[in-house]
Design a protein around this ligand. Structure first.
Ligand code: AKG
Ligand code: MN
Length: 212
């Protein structure tokens, strides 16, 4: 009898929190944690580390220009010019493993991409701060397909109005497609995780409209 009573007590808050959870805003994403097989993900990771011309860009801060806490590269069709943090980026041409990933991502996402931003997080002290990808050349409801390779890192999405945070562990070989109002209503980041020692590469495939 006592056990049954205890069980009832324990179940009630779970039921309430379930109702509460149903009311929380949810980002419009499609999530494929095991998109690539592990051996395939490892092969593509090694090839991309090697074939891409990685850059150390800088960003403006009140204290002056400082290095970004990660390496970057931008590839795409020649017309996919992208202004990012005040920098006008003319894309490098597609390298073989990145082009191969683009074809596979287009098949899963069901749409075309003319460019990709690559980010290389050398360890857990590399990161990306809160932002949304809502530059005018991406359009109003951009589809952004994010492929992760290498070690798993936390990826947080925070709802602008409510402050609700949804976190993902983006492990190597996963694909997260952000769409609909995700860029308009949410911000995202890759926080620093000093305990993580391994390297990670992320590729965000985008469609950029030509600037007039
Ligand atoms: O590394 C990630 O998972 C996110 C990258 C990102 O947000 C971006 O390139 O705009
Ligand atoms: Mn982003």
């Amino acid at each position: 009898m006592l056990n049954r009573f205890r069980r009832r007590l324990a179940r009630k808050p779970m039921h309430d929190s379930h109702d509460l959870f149903d009311d929380l805003p949810k980002p419009d994403v499609a999530w494929y944690p095991d998109w690539l097989a592990a051996d395939e993900a490892a092969r593509v990771f090694a090839q991309i580390v090697d074939e891409v011309a990685w850059q150390q860009d800088t960003m403006g801060t009140p204290a002056g220009r400082v290095p970004l806490p990660r390496l970057t590269a931008w590839q795409g069709e020649p017309e996919a010019v992208y202004v990012y943090s005040g920098i006008r980026n003319v894309p490098q041409s597609w390298t073989p493993a990145v082009a191969e990933l683009r074809t596979a991502v287009e098949a899963t996402a069901g749409c075309r991409f003319n460019s990709v931003l690559l980010n290389r997080y050398r360890s857990g002290t590399d990161s990306m701060g809160w932002h949304a990808d809502h530059e005018p050349e991406l359009g109003t409801q951009p589809v952004i397909a994010s492929v992760s390779l290498g070690v798993a890192r936390t990826f947080d999405l925070r709802h602008n109005k409510s402050g609700v945070v949804q976190s993902f562990q983006l492990k190597g070989g996963s694909l997260l497609v952000m769409k609909g109002d995700t860029q308009a209503h949410w911000r995202h980041r890759v926080p620093k995780e000093p305990r993580v020692t391994g390297e990670r590469i992320n590729l965000t495939f985008r469609w950029v409209s030509a600037r007039r």
